[in-house]
Each structure stands twice: as C-alpha cells, then as structure tokens.
Design a protein around this ligand. Structure first.
Ligand code: GLC
Length: 578
C-alpha cells in the first residue's frame, strides 16, 4: 500500500476526534468574531459614554446571535486624544469605562457564556502622559531610548533646526514634534500626543511582553494588534541621518500622508519578527498554563504580500488572523463583481496551508458597510462574509445594517477630521461610524436613557435597531442569525469552495464531507437575471432557500427551481438541497 492509500484507509476508519486537532486548538477556525467599540456600545451609568458594565449587560445578545469571539477596542487608561488608542497605562482601566472589577466580571461572564474575549493591544505608541514617556523626556536612566528621539537637522549657515525627515503622521502634518524639555524631536505616526515606542530598545520589547502576560493572566483569549506595520521605522544611518520618503504621486497636499510613499515607516522587515515572538509568547504561555489556543489578530492596511507574511514565514508562526482588508481597501459602491471575485480569490489563493482566510468589511476606522457599499446590499454582504471559507469579523451594528451618521464640522471630534478643514474633513472623519449602537426605539436608542451621548444617535434608530429587527421575521438581524446557524450546521469553516460567474452574479458552492452542500448567488449587477445553478454545480432541480436578502421575493424554507433561478439585482441567496 502506498502512503496515500494508507492515509485514505485511516481517514475512513478512525474517529474524527483522533484525526482532527481538538477544539481547544482550533476554536477560532471558521469563527464568528465581533468588534465592540466600547465608547459606543452600551452606556450603563448614563454619562453619555459606553462602559464595561454596559458590555457585560449585553453579552447575552452576542450569544443569541452566535458570536464566538469578541474584540474590544482599547479600554485602558487614556487621555482620550485618540479615543483610547493613546494609552497612559496599559494595565489599568479607563475610569469612565469602569474598574478592574468590572473588567473581571465581564471576562467571567464571557467565559460562562462561551464567548472568547480578545483585547486590543496597542504596541506602536503610548500616550504622552505615559510614565515611560515622561521618564524618557527627562532622560531617566533606562528610559532614554524608549521612544524615537532625534536632534533634527541643523542648517550649517543659519543654525536653524528642522525635523529630521519629511515623514508625515497618518493624521496629517509632520510626524516629528519638538520637545522643549529634552531638546529633541520625537516621532509620532499618529497624534502629537501618541509618541512612537522604539522597538530597537530591548527594554521596550520586554515591557510590552509583560503587558501581554498581564492580560493573559486575567484570562483573555488573545489580542487584536493595533497598527502593526508602523512598529518599526528605518534606523538613522552611521551619520545619524534619516532618509526622506519619496512622493507617492497619489495626492498634491504635502501635509496629507497620501503625499508620500511610506517606504521607511511602514512594513519594515523587523516587524514580522516581533509578531512571531508574540505568537511564541502565547504558545509558551499556553504550554505553562494549559487552556485553549491563544490568538493574535493583526491590523495592517498593507498590500497583500505584506498581510500574508503575518501568518508566519514557513518556520515561525505569526498571527492566526491577519485582518484581511483586501476588500475593504479596494472596493466601494462602484466596484463590480469581477473586482470582488478577483480580490476574494486572490486572498484565498494566498493563505498558507494550515491557516485560514478571514473577511472584514468594516471597523471603527472606516465608513460603515451599509453606507460604503449600499444600504440595499447589507444582506448581500453579510451573506458573503458568513459563507466564504474561513473566519468572519463583524463591526458592531453591521448585523442590523446601521448606517453612518453625518457629523458636522463643528461637532467633529476625531483627530484626522479635526486636523483637516471644513471642506475636506468628512472624507477622513471616523466619527460617522462610531455613533452609539441602536438597541431599541426608546430614547437614545436604548444606548442610555438620559445624558446626551458623546456622538449623536442616528435618526433612523426607530426602524434600525435590535428590538424591532428581532421581532420581524424578515430582518437583517434575523438573516445574520440564520447565517451563523447555517455556518455551524454546514461546517462552512472548512468546506470546499467552487465558484462561477453568471454575468454579474457571483455564485459558489461550499461543501464539507457528507453534509448537504450550500450554494450562494449574489447579484452585483443592476438587473434581474435567471440562471441555471443546478446544472453548474451538479445539483438537483429543487433547491431550498436557507437565507434570502430581505428585499427579495424569496422566503426561508421556500422550494425553488435551481435550473431557472431568478436573482434580482443587489440580492443575495443561500440555497441547499432538500
Ligand atoms: C489603529 C486604530 C485607530 C487608531 C490608530 C492609532 O489604526 O484602529 O483607531 O487611531 O491605530 O492607534
């Protein structure tokens, strides 16, 4: 018997539990993840700002819809210049969000409900109020090199000093800020109040590892790693000089980060090594303490080859979930089906063996899915997110089709918006996607009941809210729940994937072992079309509707003719055999 035959025989006679890795290793595979932006999820104490007790009070909702893991945007002590991404103490809770006790209660309830808790880990920078920065400003021994300091360039004739390079902050203007006390510039890739940590200083690497262990000891299941591509910048040369970045040709505004090609400040080689070290730390922690697989989700708006490197380098493992922003970065309302299919299959083709794809169509930094890709396509995109191979990640509110709220220039609070001007701010503002979650049709959409929320509630909350949609059989929310249920029943995480285009209708079949196949049809075009799905996928004529966009004429459980299936524009359908 050759090796292949032996394997096949074993596969047929051994119970699945012996062949497969245990659930403790693979729980995140095919998982349904959900991002909570704590400031806007649920305000328990009525101060206008969401909090930990609010989240705890709503965990049953996440359980009800079928979420496996939840990641929280930062909850740590912060002066809130970048709404929590400027951290002044990595191991304390921001008082307006609650206390450590509240966090422990939240973690315990997650455990009870079987929801994995993932925290945001922000390694690139601290707040300028963090004690490490204050110590570094004062050149306290051991802290001198915690941040990226530089004396700047001095003009030999005038003696005038200027920043060391032309590097720009992601939020506009120079990435260098002069510190009068230390008499040097420091680097900040984001707001002035977010100095960049220096990962060439071993003490920084060690301290940040301690932060990971601190939260692992509190029982979290992993971390979403913030802005990983900006962790390293090129080091000064032997004369202390730092190179300028070349113009990108993408825009004409020299203060806008799109003006430069970020070849010295993003995607530097050393970054991957650190991610692999963090993964190793998680593996070692698990070896010592037992428990289930611990995960990393990495945030990188990089080109595909760079994103894929986060999985590992073939020898060392990295992030299990390098966020797939390939669709998010490259699509909008005008993108056609060919573009979507190409981007999806490019990502699927790039995922290394043994790893999983993941799908993200929104987060707290982007315009909301419904507003960006079309309110009439909310179900179509939720079907896509939930039926493609791999892991799906939902930003709070996508499951009910929440839309952006237009915030005036005067009311804007987001740093990139405030750093721009009245005519350009909207394009860069992240406020519209951060407005409070819409729970019901009562005052303030059930986010709280009294104090004005920190950002306004959408005027559509009377219809677009959890309570109303829960009661409607045809609603985005109920479709979302059906999709997760289907995902679990049809073992979609590891099912095969076979696709075809019918004009502008994207279709694919997914099948796992002997479980009934599902077939998906998504009409990205502008007209109704009738297609023969059964012939294409070798399926019987009669098919059953499992999920249908609420705007369609189809209902769940309806039997349709797969040889003459009419799919209206903007509609998504999931079908199975009888
Ligand atoms: C990440 C976060 C974003 C934040 C930035 C700086 O991109 O998602 O919200 O402003 O990092 O920490």
């Amino acid at each position: 018997m050759n090796v292949q035959i032996v394997f096949l025989v074993l596969v047929t006679i051994l119970p699945a539990s012996i062949l497969c890795q245990s659930d403790a290793d693979t729980w995140y595979k095919g998982g349904n993840f959900y991002q909570i932006y704590p400031r806007s999820f649920k305000d328990n104490n009525n101060d206008g700002i969401g909090d930990l007790k609010g989240i705890t009070s709503k965990l049953e909702y996440l359980k009800e819809i079928g979420i496996d893991g939840v990641w929280l945007s930062p909850i740590y002590k912060s002066p809130m210049k970048d709404f929590g991404y400027d951290i002044s103490d990595f191991t304390q809770i921001q008082p307006e969000y609650g206390t450590m006790k509240d966090f422990e209660a939240l973690a315990a309830k997650c455990k009870r409900l079987g929801i994995r808790l993932i925290l945001d880990f922000v390694p690139n920078h601290t707040s300028d109020q963090h004690e490490w920065f204050i110590k570094s400003v004062n050149k306290e021994p051991g802290y001198e090199n915690f941040f990226y300091w530089h004396p700047g360039k001095v003009n030999a004739t005038t003696g005038e000093r200027s920043p060391p390079s032309n590097w720009l902050s992601s939020f506009r203007y120079s990435a260098w800020e002069w510190n009068e006390k230390r008499k040097q510039y420091y680097l900040h890739q984001f707001t002035i109040e977010q100095p960049d940590l220096n990962y060439r200083e071993p003490a920084v690497v060690a301290k940040m590892k301690e932060v990971l262990v601190y939260w692992l000891d509190k029982g979290v299941s992993g971390f979403r790693v913030d802005t990983i591509p900006s962790l390293f910048e090129v080091a000064p040369d032997e004369n202390g000089n730092i190179p300028d970045e070349p113009p990108s040709g993408k825009c004409n505004d020299p203060d806008d980060p799109c003006y430069l090609s970020h070849i010295y400040t993003y995607d530097q080689n050393e970054t991957y090594g650190i991610v692999y070290e963090w993964r190793e730390l998680l593996e070692d922690y698990r070896k010592q303490h037992g428990g289930d697989q611990l995960i990393l989700m990495t945030e990188a708006y990089s080109e595909l080859p760079y994103i894929l490197r986060y999985y590992g380098d073939g020898k060392l493992n990295g992030s299990q979930i390098p966020f797939n922003f390939h669709l998010l970065r490259n699509t909008n309302k005008t993108s056609d089906v060919f573009e979507f299919k190409r981007l999806i299959e490019e990502f699927l083709g790039g995922v290394p063996a043994g790893s999983e794809a993941n799908w993200v169509l929104g987060n707290h930094d982007q315009k909301r899915l419904a507003s960006r890709l079309g309110e009439q396509r909310v179900d179509l995109f939720n079907i896509l997110l939930k039926t493609l191979p791999g892991i799906s990640i939902t930003y709070q509110g996508e499951e009910i089709g929440m839309t952006d709220v237009i915030i005036s220039w005067e009311d804007s609070v987001d740093p990139p918006a405030c750093n721009s001007n009245e005519t350009t701010y909207y394009a860069v503002s992240r406020d519209p996607a951060r407005t409070p979650f819409q729970w019901d049709d009562s005052r303030n959409a059930g986010f709280n009941w009294f104090k004005k929320p920190w950002l306004p509630i959408s005027t559509n909350y009377k219809c677009v809210n959890v309570k109303t949609q829960r009661a409607q059989p045809r609603s985005h929310l109920n479709n979302y729940k059906r999709l997760i249920k289907l995902r679990k029943e049809a073992s979609l995480g590891n099912a095969s994937y076979e696709s075809a285009l019918f004009g502008e209708i994207y279709t694919y079949k997914r099948q796992s072992g002997s479980v009934k196949p599902i077939v998906v049809a998504l009409n990205f075009g502008k007209t109704w079309e009738t297609i023969n799905l059964s012939a294409k996928y070798n399926l019987p004529e009669a098919l059953k509707v499992v999920v249908a966009s609420i705007e369609s004429q189809y209902t769940e459980g309806q039997i349709v003719n797969g040889t003459r299936l009419t799919v209206p524009n903007d509609i998504g359908l999931v079908l199975t055999t009888l």
